[in-house]
Ligand binder design. Structure first.
Ligand code: 13P
Length: 253
């Protein structure tokens, strides 16, 4: 499966930061990686339009509301993000599940809004450290997948991002074996729910991905890409992660 390396700028970036997108675009074209790996970056709502106007790869939103319009102060809808130039959105990021109290049902409705508007979705799931230490990580994550998987889920528009909460922004990454085990559990759940279609849904890993650990993580079984926070903010840190996602024979050349 073709890998997807997606950035998530979170609440970072101003117009001046868009030069990084130019540098990322130039590097992936130059490396020939543009054709072998899908690249995308989710940016703050304020930057979607200017970023989409100049990026040579997909620009997305970090969140959308499940409704198309209405009395939801401060939110943006899928059609609004699309009009600004977003071709995808992240939904259900743990920082929103925790900070904004988003439930699986809301995350599911947000993903369904993206499907309605023919946008791609990256749907995040992940366990807390307490849940992992209690031995509940797999049960928690597969339950999140079951409860937040949108109707109409399919590999042509949906990716799942496994982001263990304790690995986000901490410099701690899950071991490759733990990531492979969790991705296998997610894959089994997707196949159980979607049949053959579940084989084609990309499963991304997120949580302190860097140039140093990307190759090992990205080539583990059932790891179809990465969702990268801090290291997506500069081309210098992000481009090596894209290169690490290239098919291994090419990366080794
Ligand atoms: P970091 O790569 O900064 O750990 O963030 C991961 C993440 O939350 C991406 O959505």
């Amino acid at each position: 499966m073709r890998k997807l390396v997606a950035g998530n700028w979170k609440m970072n970036g101003t117009l001046a930061s868009l030069a990084e997108l130019d540098a990322i675009g130039a590097a992936i074209t130059g490396a020939g990686g543009g054709s072998a790996v899908d690249v995308a970056v989710a940016v703050p709502a304020t930057l979607i339009a200017p970023a989409a106007a100049r990026a040579s790869f997909g620009i997305g939103a970090e969140d959308v509301h499940s409704a198309d319009s209405g009395a939801h102060t401060g939110c943006i809808s899928a059609p609004m993000a699309k009009e600004a130039g977003a071709v995808f959105s992240i939904v259900g990021h743990s920082e929103r599940r925790a900070g904004q109290g988003e439930t699986d049902a809301e995350v599911k409705a947000k993903a369904e809004a993206l499907l309605r508007h023919r946008m791609d979705a990256i749907l995040c799931v992940g366990e807390t450290l307490d849940q992992r230490e209690a031995g509940d990580a797999e049960a928690v994550v597969t339950a999140q997948v079951r409860a937040s998987l949108p109707d109409g889920a399919g590999g042509d528009w949906l990716a799942i991002a496994y982001e263990p909460i304790w690995a986000i922004g901490t410099g701690r990454t899950a071991t490759v074996d733990d990531v492979a085990a969790m991705h296998a559990a997610i894959r089994r759940t997707l196949v159980e729910l979607l049949g053959e279609e579940g084989e084609g849904v990309r499963i991304l890993y997120g949580g302190s991905v860097t140039a140093d650990n990307a190759a090992a993580l990205l080539h583990a079984p059932n790891v179809d890409g990465a969702l990268v926070g801090g290291a997506s903010l500069t081309a210098a840190k992000f481009v090596p992660i894209i290169e690490a996602a290239l098919p291994q024979t090419r990366a080794a050349v």
